[in-house]
Design a protein around this ligand. Sequence first.
Ligand SMILES: Cc1cc2nc3c(=O)[nH]c(=O)nc-3n(C[C@H](O)[C@H](O)[C@H](O)COP(=O)(O)OP(=O)(O)OC[C@H]3O[C@@H](n4cnc5c(N)ncnc54)[C@H](O)[C@@H]3O)c2cc1C
Length: 381
Amino acid sequence: MTKNNTHPEAAVEIAGAGPAGLAAAITLAHAGRRVIVHEAHKAVGYRFGGDFQGLENWTTREDVLNVLKNLGLTTDFTAVPGRNGSAFDASGKRYEINSDETLFYLVERGSGPDTLDSALLRQARALGVEVHFNSRLRHMAGEGILAAGPRAADAIAVGYHFETDMADGYWVICDNDLAPKGYAYLLVMNGKGTVKSCMFSGFKQEKLYVQRTLEAFQRLVGLTMKNPRPHGGSGNFHIPQSARSGPHPLVGEQAGFQDTLWGFGMRLAILSGVLAARSLLNNEDYDVLWQRELQPQMETSVVNRALFSLLGNRGYGWFLHRYISAPNLREALRRQYQPSWPKRLLDPWARYRYKSLRKDVTCDHIDCHCIWCRGECCIHE
Ligand SMILES: Cc1cc2nc3c(=O)[nH]c(=O)nc-3n(C[C@H](O)[C@H](O)[C@H](O)COP(=O)(O)OP(=O)(O)OC[C@H]3O[C@@H](n4cnc5c(N)ncnc54)[C@H](O)[C@@H]3O)c2cc1C
């Protein structure tokens, strides 16, 4: 365990105002600590700019919004429950998703008034957190937390943001010709939408996969886009040996914390931020905390990814049939993410098959121009 000899009134510095950094800031501020958050860009959620994302609601029986409330975090953002939607396999066969329970909450990212990022920022500021924009942290001398987002691209999601007359909904296609080893998705909420190919390989042909994704959604569900704007980003999936750089905890995707199966990283980002803050407040070993709270689920998701990437186009049909016809889809997904002895047995094989592009544990990525840091991509920025 690392002891910090800082004065109790000294500010805790946080690099990055994403969900991980802001969740850490709020937790520290609740406990009366002075907190300064540095954000490299001019606003929160800059790399997402109005993106829609799913806050997954299947890894716990407790509803994710209650989980956030119990962590002392705001839920004052637009969160549309995702229950009914459609999935397609590579042959175009449709599988209707009808869930009595909320599978995920559709949230907006970016600096708009109703986004997750803006809600966390409002709460942080109300608690006295100082947030400095256009402030790329170059050096962290005292107590602090590194929350600077992904440093390598293990997966990319690329496509468009747009306006539309389509009704609200969500649609997914599992087809390696559209999104290699991943999935293509279309999300529409209140006249706005995002369509993406989320691919785990084949990045060099991203334009081809995006084009095929658009054509497939036009054909299958009548996608119409007004004012389409390119958007994309990367995800970094990695279970580190230690999530610290010197004395500083690494949180969210800077640590590599992600859902390796499908990239639902927001919950892990938020939770790791809270754990890092608690480790500073209670002088506890952060590595012990995240390894206990987060590692089992992340290890299971690596096994899930290794299995999913074996399926191929024919296997996706089997997978969709098996899961979507489950009497309680949310519970089926929850079980899929739970550690179990078969998954533990498969763990060494899965780790061998799935290797993150992130390997160098010596880089803390602050103001660095090494190849990972150059590789940080907002694809069309
Ligand atoms: C296209 C796309 C779709 C996604 N969809 C989903 C989804 O549906 N559901 C889901 O759960 N997850 C999704 N994710 C993943 C999710 O967005 C991330 O897991 C989550 O945002 C990680 O939070 P974070 O706080 O770790 O990093 P980020 O949200 O990336 O925040 C990091 C912040 O740090 C700032 N920063 C960087 N360097 C510095 C520095 N040196 N000093 C100061 N500030 C710095 C950055 O500007 C950024 O604002 C998606 C990701 C992408 C790219």
